[in-house]
Design a protein around this ligand. Structure first.
Ligand SMILES: *[C@@H]1O[C@H](CO)[C@@H](O)[C@H](O)[C@H]1NC(C)=O
Ligand SMILES: *[C@@H]1O[C@H](CO)[C@@H](O)[C@H](O)[C@H]1NC(C)=O
Ligand SMILES: *[C@@H]1O[C@H](CO)[C@@H](O)[C@H](O)[C@H]1NC(C)=O
Ligand SMILES: *[C@@H]1O[C@H](CO)[C@@H](O)[C@H](O)[C@H]1NC(C)=O
Ligand SMILES: *[C@@H]1O[C@H](CO)[C@@H](O)[C@H](O)[C@H]1NC(C)=O
Ligand SMILES: *[C@@H]1O[C@H](CO)[C@@H](O)[C@H](O)[C@H]1NC(C)=O
Ligand SMILES: *[C@@H]1O[C@H](CO)[C@@H](O)[C@H](O)[C@H]1NC(C)=O
Ligand SMILES: *[C@@H]1O[C@H](CO)[C@@H](O)[C@H](O)[C@H]1NC(C)=O
Length: 808
């Protein structure tokens, strides 16, 4: 009896052992797995069966890690079709794998294109976590179907993420809706094949954050790199497929990459000692990583999350985010500046080539006027390949911990680089890199403390300022002619003259946007300190100029003289300057002919006021399209008037030993002999009229057949009797051609060689209105492109900025 019991005991024990040790890892045709039963992979890494996630009662068929507790799902079959009962059964039929419910209705199937017919077909759970349907006798790893081709929210080692371009099939991860619901959630992680392929996390149809293009070692905007211990990463990019894949060399390590229901894509490693998943990398974790946090052409700095315009760019007035160039690209006279430690910007419309070297890449970029930047495609092994951007640079980031970072070369006009080399301040800021992640954490904490402290100081300062400006206001009310501002008030308004507030660089110094404490927007011109004039004279002069008021002049609100600083405070003009529109292929379309005609008339009236009607006779001396600002209704307003006068004294119709102006707008007598008069402004006005009509820049214009500048070209068309050919192609039919011809005619009269031949501004206004007959123009001054180059020799490259040189 005793023996029998022992026998039974051993028998049961044997059954238990044999049940676990011979647990199934596969099913054959007509075999099935019902709720409660599982398949376990050969080496006991993964298990397949029915489960209910979280607090849900619904049943799903899925795969999880065999010996990881809490249960961690890596794949779910019937994500969108939950079972209400525990009567689900998984079968291998001639249609492949099918999941049926209690009444034998198919809830989910592997929907194979080739049906599994033979007796040898089996469905097997592999040690990689892949559920496959295959020919059980075949030695080849040929699968009729595999779950790795139908990813859910988890990328396991050996799984591909990306595109099979031949079949047009995409493999991507999509998050669960919530921890209780494995159906498709909002987030998906994909390889975006447009332009140069990059890894991105989407929220619905919106881009949430970019991991960026593969740079040979890691995704540019992430740090999941090939340096993780025991991990081997592949990124395959060819005509047939684009995919990302990782392998784990040490089989006892469980790594997974997954997309959470709430916006994170993360890499984690199972740590058995703490029985939890260790998060090795997660994105987004910094404010900078959210796509579109900063606008075009600005850098987001992960260590100090704020948006800064790239050097040489300033914040576009119409946008709270985008930055635009201070000095436009010239196309043929551009160079590059290198930025290091960068995450490459959005590559969805980039071009790439794997075989080119960096020098060829630069060359290629220079050949296309719309190319804005280039970089190496692959930074491993010293760098190779070429990546080009053709648009604004979006989502540029700088990571303090990016080890060595990545270089990108951004295109600038020659004159911008010349200018900014003198003050390489922000460049060094960018170059500073904090290495090591511990150091990074420390610096983040430190940064927070400093930030809190700074904020406190700022608040106190603001209180002080409020008091001060109030005080000053009361004081100054008695002197209405002299609106003066205190330096701290202006510094506060312009965020301490920060680069982000910089609107541009004018002839007499940089211009900043500011907001006074009351909320009023202002433009602050910080004058370069090169005038020998005394402070008192300067004050008087500014006070006089402040009295010049006309609807076509920018209004001067006041000035600030303190601590060696001289500043003029103007009304803020939201629509930038005229050059910003007429010389831009796209924006030029915003100015139809009636608007242009309105602008020409407005400038003319402003000049009549300056030259003749005002108490002072003011010669502008630096009239150009970038000095014509536009208000919200596109009314033109002349800026910088009277500045030449205040800075260089009151010289009307005289010879001067200094020449101020911009090539392309200067009349011959001024550029060559330093002789200026009101007729010099008339010449510049004429150049502007021809530029407004043609949409072309006088200085940059070149006619392949003739060595003529814009003036010469206009003159030639005029003498050949076809002046309307000068018109901006876009204006086309939609304009009154008699008005266009009259404008060209007036323009040519204004740019005549001899000052005495040019009409004065009041005559110009009458001519434009058709109230005065027009004489035939004579040849313009400076119409031969070659002459111009000879005349100015080495200075002829200097384009937009003001030039001061000694007259011969
Ligand atoms: C499962 O239950 C839900 C509600 O409890 C019901 O709406 C649904 O139709 C049921 N599905 C099936 C397949 O019975
Ligand atoms: C099985 O599914 C069918 C169709 O979806 C449904 O009508 C039926 O009630 C389900 N049976 C069970 C037991 O859930
Ligand atoms: C099965 O696959 C075919 C094409 O491969 C597709 O048209 C069909 O919608 C799929 N059926 C299901 C239930 O997914
Ligand atoms: C599966 O079962 C069906 C009917 O029960 C039978 O006709 C078929 O031959 C079986 N297939 C295999 C491969 O055993
Ligand atoms: C996508 O972005 C638009 C515009 O910002 C927003 O209205 C919409 O709610 C976003 N969609 C999602 C799914 O977040
Ligand atoms: C694999 O990883 C385990 C756990 O970290 C470690 O104990 C083991 O030594 C590793 N094996 C190899 C070959 O590196
Ligand atoms: C700038 O904004 C104003 C008003 O908000 C608008 O009329 C104008 O067209 C905008 N200009 C550009 C270039 O977007
Ligand atoms: C410059 O590149 C753009 C974008 O790839 C392309 O559309 C354009 O044709 C190119 N222009 C020239 C002159 O090659």
């Amino acid at each position: 009896m005793q023996n029998l019991r022992t026998q039974w005991f051993w028998f049961f024990l044997f059954c238990c052992i044999s049940r676990t040790s011979t647990s199934l890892d596969s099913i054959a045709p007509n075999q099935s797995i019902s709720d409660g039963e599982t398949l376990i992979s050969h080496e006991k890494t993964f298990e397949l069966g029915f489960f209910s996630p979280g607090s849900s009662k619904s049943r799903y068929l899925g795969i999880w890690y065999y010996n990881i507790n809490p249960r961690t799902m890596v794949w779910v079959a019937n994500r969108e079709a939950p079972l209400n009962t525990t009567s689900g059964v998984l079968k291998l039929s001639d249609q492949g794998l099918v999941l049926v419910n209690g009444t034998n209705n198919i809830v989910w199937s592997s929907n194979m294109s080739t049906t599994a017919e033979t007796e040898n077909t089996i469905a097997q759970l592999l040690d990689s976590g892949n559920l496959v349907v295959k020919d059980g006798n075949s030695e080849h790893e040929h699968y009729l179907w595999q779950s790795f081709d139908h990813p859910c929210d988890t990328l396991l080692p050996g799984m591909k993420l990306g595109w099979n371009l031949e079949k047009g099939e995409e493999l991507f991860l999509s998050s669960w809706k919530s921890a209780d619901d494995p159906s498709h959630g909002e987030y998906s992680f994909k390889i975006d094949p447009r332009g140069c392929p990059q890894a991105v996390l989407w929220k619905g149809t919106n881009l949430s954050n970019r991991f960026g293009p593969w740079n040979g070692l890691y995704f540019s905007g992430s740090l999941i790199d090939s340096q993780s211990p025991g991990v081997k990463v592949d990124f395959v990019l060819n005509k047939k497929e684009i995919y990302y894949q990782f392998q784990v060399l040490n089989k006892s390590l469980s790594y997974r990459f997954w997309v959470t229901p709430n916006r994170n894509a993360l890499v984690s490693l199972w740590e058995s000692q703490i029985s939890d998943w260790l998060i090795l990398y997660s994105q987004p974790s910094f404010p900078c990583e959210y796509y579109g946090r900063c606008g075009a052409n600005s850098i987001c700095n992960a260590g100090n999350p704020r948006c800064t315009c790239l050097d040489g760019f300033f914040r576009h007035m119409n946008s709270s985010k985008d930055c635009v160039r201070t000095i436009r690209l010239t196309c043929n006279k551009d160079r590059f500046r290198k930025y290091t430690g960068m995450v490459l910007p959005d590559t969805s419309s980039s071009w790439y080539n794997k075989n080119m070297v960096l020098e060829e890449c630069a060359e290629m970029c220079l050949q296309n006027c719309s190319c804005t930047a280039y970089a190496n495609l692959d930074i491993s092994g010293g760098g190779s390949g070429c990546l080009l951007w053709y648009h604004d640079l979006i989502d540029l980031r700088h990571y303090p911990q990016a080890q060595g970072g990545q270089d990108i070369y951004i295109r600038y006009s020659d004159s911008e680089l010349d200018h900014s080399q003198k003050n390489g301040l922000s460049k060094s800021k960018i170059a500073s890199i904090v290495t090591g992640s511990t150091m990074f954490v420390v610096s983040m904490i430190l940064g927070l403390v400093i930030w809190l402290w700074k904020r406190k100081v700022e608040m106190e300062e603001m209180k002080k300022q409020l008091y001060q400006s109030h005080h000053n206001y009361n004081l100054r009310k008695e002197e209405p002619d002299l609106p003066a501002f205190d330096l701290p008030v202006i510094a506060k308004a312009t965020d301490n003259f920060s680069d982000t507030n910089k609107l541009g660089e004018g002839g007499f110094g940089p211009v900043y946007k500011g907001t006074l404490i009351g909320g009023q927007d202002i433009a602050v011109k910080r004058l370069s300190n090169n005038s020998g004039q005394g402070l008192k004279e300067f004050k008087n002069e500014v006070a006089l100029i402040a009295k010049l008021q006309h609807r076509n002049l920018v209004k001067l609100h006041g000035y600030c003289i303190q601590e060696e600083e001289k500043m003029l405070i103007y009304e803020y003009m939201p629509n930038m300057s005229l050059d910003y529109f007429i010389f831009d292929e796209i924006r030029t379309k915003l100015l139809d002919w009636s608007k242009r005609f309105h602008i020409i008339g407005g400038i003319a009236r402003g000049l009549v006021y300056l030259h003749e009607d005002s108490r002072l006779r003011v010669i502008h001396r630096d009239l150009k399209t970038s000095n014509i600002l536009l208000d919200e209704n596109m009314n033109p307003k002349i800026s910088d008037f009277g500045l030449a006068r205040t800075l260089w004294g009151d010289q009307v119709d005289a010879n001067t030993n200094k020449i101020a102006g911009t090539y392309g707008y200067m009349p011959p007598e001024y550029a060559v002999h330093g002789h200026f008069s009101m007729k010099s402004d008339v010449f510049s006005f004429g150049v502007m009229v021809l530029e407004i009509v043609s949409g072309k820049k006088n200085r940059d214009f070149s006619d392949p057949n003739h060595c003529l500048n814009l003036l010469g070209h206009a003159w030639r068309l005029w003498t050949e009797g076809r002046p309307t050919n000068l018109m901006d192609a876009f204006l086309g039919e939609r304009c009154t051609s008699s008005e266009v011809i009259r404008c060209i005619h007036v323009g040519l009269l204004c740019v005549q060689q001899r000052p005495n031949d040019r009409p004065d501004m009041s005559a110009v206004v009458l001519m434009l209105n058709g109230e005065k007959s027009l004489p035939q123009p004579k040849a313009p001054g400076f119409y031969n492109g070659r002459d111009k180059a000879d005349l100015f020799g080495p200075f002829s490259n200097n384009d937009a900025s003001l030039t001061v040189l000694e007259a011969r």
